[in-house]
Design a protein around this ligand. Structure first.
Ligand code: CO
Length: 210
């Protein structure tokens, strides 16, 4: 059997098991999508939103890219964010990075990665902001971990700088923003930052006519 054929076989077994536990499982899910959470995570194959949080299909709306970035010109991210906030009315947005992130590591090197340079540039910009405290650390591992945590924080700030989040804060009173980092070697998520609704942001990025 080819590797991809095994996926289809596993899918049949999974669907059968779900139906055995709850005959209406797929009927209920097919009717409506009502997740409470938007997850912005890394594309890394080891950091599956549902699996590491013990959640089921239907519970988390997911966007993933290299190094869990919130890039304000990324039409993909913005479309997901707008849909999640304004149509699904998610109450929480979670930005989840992970230690040992290849995207973070790559951004701290001087190697050229071709088209990826454009994406990694966004992480390098975060490195520049926090360069002093990162470079004060001794080992490469500590530096990567520190940038991983600070990058998550910075992406949370990028979220509240969008008109989408600011407008929803003003009119709806949600979503709350949470920044987490997942440990590949422990399986445990470390909370880094919580941004409650209405938190004051740098007024350079504030809209006062939403
Ligand atoms: Co990663």
């Amino acid at each position: 059997m080819k590797s991809f054929e095994k996926l289809l076989l596993e899918n049949k077994a999974w669907a059968k098991e779900k139906l055995e536990n709850d005959p209406d499982f797929f009927n209920n899910l097919a009717g409506i999508q009502n997740p409470e959470f938007l997850w912005i995570g890394c594309s890394d194959s080891r950091v599956s939103a549902n699996e590491i949080t013990g959640t089921q299909p239907g519970e988390i709306f997911v966007h993933r890219n290299i190094a869990n970035m919130v890039v304000h010109t990324d039409l993909n991210l913005l479309s997901v964010l707008d849909y999640a906030v304004n149509h699904l009315h998610v109450k929480h947005i979670i930005v989840c990075g992970h230690y040992g992130c290849g995207g973070i590591k790559a951004s701290m090197t001087k190697h050229s990665f071709g088209i990826l340079n454009k994406w990694l540039r966004n992480i390098k910009d975060v490195y520049r902001i926090y360069r002093k405290e990162i470079d004060a650390l001794h080992s490469e591992g500590e530096k990567v971990n520190m940038l991983t945590e600070l990058n998550v924080k910075e992406q949370c700030l990028n979220l509240i700088q969008t008109s989408i989040v600011q407008k929803s804060w003003k009119h709806n009173g949600y979503p709350q923003i949470h920044g987490w980092v997942y440990g590949l070697s422990t399986g445990i998520i470390k909370p880094i930052i919580d941004i409650p609704v209405g938190t004051h942001l740098d007024d350079i990025y504030e809209f006062d006519d939403l």
